[in-house]
Design a protein around this ligand. Structure first.
Ligand code: CA
Length: 280
């Protein structure tokens, strides 16, 4: 799959996400991240910023790379696919926040693709079409697209449409996904992924990870975790939290001795950080 997806882009050194992007590169995540977050449905959830993840389905390599660049510079994480089937697969595999879809694809009629995406996902779709007539627009919206832009379009124009659609979605359905580094934790679907790969978590492990992600960068005591996740009072000798943290660490591919996301603060508690957070 990764071979079909867009190239990773190196963000500018001033970017707050520079460390995150480097991490994504190391793990071959499809999402190109660049610039600073804070647009679109970048809802503030406690101290965590949600970066909108866009999937661009476009067969023209030049348009693909120029849109990937301009959209990632505007703070989106961008992945791309050059064919309808690769795009459909990417929708299933990576659950993007929004799809930008070129209607003229080599392997499948664009209308058919919209309907196939709709069969598996409610992800908002913005269609790019070369035809500028009323009947075409009506058809595109009937197929299940949310909006459209007519080619050729300026990337500013597309960006404005993306922001509008994401705002609309956010007001209808508040974002429940929290992202920290390569971690994405979606409370609505109760799914967590690390660098795009699904984590198989128990109910308590998921609750623990989500709670810590909501409090990214804050040291959370075992007393608080036991009360919040297990609804239990802390007796001092209880190992429940330690045991679950250790299971969670294993699933995140790290250990207490070599932590990446979960840092223990001796005598105080634990905090979840982005893997190369300069403050950590
Ligand atoms: Ca095309």
């Amino acid at each position: 799959m990764a071979n079909h997806l867009g190239r990773y882009r190196v963000p500018p050194p001033h970017s707050r996400l520079a460390g995150v992007a480097a991490e994504l590169n190391g793990s071959q995540s499809p999402w190109a991240v660049c610039g600073t977050p804070g647009v679109g449905q970048a809802a503030r959830l406690s101290s965590v910023t949600v970066v909108p993840r866009l999937l661009l389905i476009e067969d023209d390599a030049a348009i693909r790379s120029s849109l990937t660049r301009s959209l990632s510079e505007r703070g989106h994480a961008v992945a791309s696919a050059p064919t309808a089937m690769a795009g459909l697969q990417a929708v299933v595999d990576t659950a993007p926040d929004l799809v930008v879809l070129d209607l003229g694809l080599p392997d499948l009629d664009g209308g058919k693709l919209i309907q196939m995406v709709r069969a598996v996902s409610k992800v908002p779709i913005i269609v790019a079409t070369a035809r500028d007539d009323q009947a075409e627009m009506v058809r595109i919206l009937d197929w299940g697209a949310d909006d459209y832009v007519v080619k050729p379009f300026a990337s500013d124009h597309l960006e404005a449409r993306i922001r509008a659609v994401l705002r609309r979605m956010a007001s209808e359905d508040p974002a429940q996904a929290v992202m920290v580094g390569g971690l994405r934790i979606d409370q609505r679907t109760r799914e967590a992924t690390l660098d795009g790969a699904k984590l198989e978590l128990t109910r308590k492990e998921f609750d623990l990870l989500f709670f810590l992600a909501e409090h990214e960068g804050e040291v959370v005591s075992k007393r608080v975790l036991l009360a919040e996740i297990w609804q239990q009072a802390y007796g001092g000798a209880d190992k429940t939290v330690d045991v679950h943290l250790s299971w969670l660490r294993r699933k995140l591919g790290e250990s207490a001795a070599a932590p990446r996301y979960l840092l223990s603060v001796r005598g105080v508690g634990v905090k979840l950080v982005g893997p190369t957070d300069p403050e950590s």
